[in-house]
Design a protein around this ligand. Structure first.
Ligand code: ZN
Length: 308
């Protein structure tokens, strides 16, 4: 697992990672560019950079490890005797996170899907830590911040860091198996702002950002799925505001020209995730619709317990 550590003087220790899923690329590019331009003299504290965290998955260009099928972000806190993917999680949990004041893990949509480029906030039960995480997401400054509750993401890197008292956020920067100048820019500018805010790498110039809009990623009716096998024709784009009952798209039945199935949204909100690939099977997800959350509602989400 590649790791770069740069330290200079007094200041916080910050962990930056990408390649938790090997086929999500924005963060992998952003952190490799950071490493190749890093000037240790400009650091105040310590940066720990892991640009290809699940290294076997990164080398294979896959979401999970080809060695043991391990999905790293579902294996925290990990252990030293349960296969190579769990061992990576265990190393990070036991040896790196205890050193850190803050962490940022870059994700994107997988090759079949694209996210609205956003910060990704997992809530936690410690209200002051949650407030720090909300502030970090606001400093990151993407137009949107996708919010999920910690009880739904227990084995994730984020929830594991929170359990250890480390302020931690992640991202979903785009995806679809590639990158765009826009999604890379959202990630790079956000990283620069966060490193400046933490004081670990003060910037001489920062691109200003508007306030972020929080999106509720826990809305149960938010996921629209394909009603049949076929070819998916979307009628709306990522980031559009949609309403309950609106036509989301069509599934063209591949072997029956002229036969289509209409797909409707079942909730209102902003389209935060959408399918990229046209070939679908019945039950494949097509869209995730997320209602907006105001800041006070996000802060109140700390401490909610597992309803199951
Ligand atoms: Zn991911």
């Amino acid at each position: 697992v590649p790791i770069v550590v740069a330290r200079n003087g007094e200041g916080p220790t910050v962990l930056l990672s990408s390649g938790n899923h090997g086929n999500e690329y924005e963060g992998q590019i952003i952190l490799r560019n950071l490493i190749s331009t890093l000037d240790a003299k400009k650091i105040r504290g310590r940066l720990i950079v892991l640009p290809g965290l699940n290294a076997p998955a990164v080398r294979a260009g896959r979401r999970v490890s080809p060695l043991d099928g391990g999905n790293l972000n579902r294996l925290f806190p990990g252990s030293t005797n349960n296969g190579p993917t769990s061992a990576i999680a265990g190393f990070v949990t036991q040896h790196l996170l205890p050193l850190c004041e803050f962490g940022l893990d870059f994700h994107s949509g997988d090759p079949s899907s694209c996210y609205l480029p956003c910060a990704f906030l997992t809530t936690c039960s410690d209200s002051s830590l949650h407030e720090q995480n909300v502030a970090a997401a606001e400093v990151f400054g993407a137009d949107h911040t996708y919010v999920v509750e910690g009880w739904s993401a227990k084995p994730s890197f984020d929830a594991n860091a929170h359990r250890l008292g480390v302020s931690f956020i992640s991202t979903e920067l785009g995806g679809g198996g590639g990158t765009t100048p826009e999604t890379l820019s959202v990630g790079k500018r956000g990283l620069d702002r966060v490193l400046d805010w933490l004081g670990v790498m003060p910037a001489s110039h920062l691109v200003p950002c508007a306030s972020t809009t929080f999106l509720d990623g826990m809305h149960p009716e938010s996921c629209v799925t394909a009603p049949a096998d076929g070819i998916f024709e979307p009628c709306v784009a990522l980031g559009e505001q949609v309403v309950d009952g609106q036509i989301a798209g069509y599934i063209h039945i591949a072997w029956e020209p002229g036969l289509t199935r209409e797909v409707l949204f079942q909730s209102s909100g902003i389209v935060a995730v959408m399918r990229r690939t046209a070939s679908v099977k019945a039950g494949n997800y097509l869209f995730t619709v997320t209602p907006e959350l105001d800041r006070k509602a996000v802060l109140r989400m700390s401490g909610r317990i597992d309803p199951t």
